[in-house]
Design a protein around this ligand. Structure first.
Ligand SMILES: Cc1cc2nc3c(=O)[nH]c(=O)nc-3n(C[C@H](O)[C@H](O)[C@H](O)COP(=O)(O)O)c2cc1C
Length: 182
């Protein structure tokens, strides 16, 4: 993006345009945000892939293994944060989101139906849960899938632009949009 966007409305529209494009662009850094969650005692964070972004609904879809530590954390503490950085835009997003783990239902089954014939399906078919110590059980395959959809309902976006002529920061949330001191 060459010219700096001036209005909060234009910035919010542009960041959601980028988020919508990211899942279809393997080179887009916003396709692989860091998702932070908590187990109630400490924070945890890991890279995930954004599979879909629904701009109108302000939701992002992620895939995970229902047995993973993050899945238990989301079930117990459904408020998480997604952190994204684009060197091309010099924009950081910190998005507070309500996270919902879905293992059943139309959305989860239709995503699994599409995924199950692809190589990526292996990620959800291991006999051992993610993070299990490997004591000779490498490669064992389960008969059933452990696929889960994570729907992230974005509630607030903290936008930070790094710029030689002055950094800018704004938040876009339930109470509207406002500029912040970076
Ligand atoms: C580029 C990249 C993309 C990843 N995408 C996903 C993903 O979409 N879903 C997922 O569950 N884990 C993904 N992972 C693995 C996670 O970062 C993490 O190692 C794993 O899910 C275990 O996390 P947990 O122990 O916090 O549950 C990805 C890792 C990398 C490096």
């Amino acid at each position: 993006m060459s010219a700096r966007l001036e209005s909060l409305d234009a910035i919010e529209a542009a960041l959601w345009r980028e988020l919508a494009a990211a899942p279809r662009d393997r080179s887009h850094p916003w396709r692989t945000p860091v998702l932070a969650t908590t187990d109630g005692r400490s924070g945890d964070a890991r890279t995930v892939i954004v599979r879909e972004a629904d701009v109108a609904a302000r939701t992002l879809l992620l895939y995970t293994d229902a047995r993973s530590p993050k899945a238990a954390q989301i079930a117990a503490y459904p408020l998480g944060t997604l952190v994204l950085w684009s060197p091309a835009l010099s924009w950081q997003l910190r998005m507070r989101a309500r996270l919902e783990l879905q293992t059943e239902g139309l959305a989860a089954s239709s995503h699994w139906a599409r995924l199950k014939l692809a190589p990526g399906a292996q990620d959800y078919l291991s006999a051992l849960p993610p993070g299990s110590p490997l004591d000779g059980a490498v490669g064992a395959r389960d008969e059933r899938t452990h696929f889960a959809l994570v729907e992230a309902q974005v509630q607030a976006v903290d936008w930070l632009e790094l710029h030689a002529q002055g950094h800018r920061r704004a938040c876009f949330g339930p109470d509207g949009a406002r500029w912040l001191q970076p």
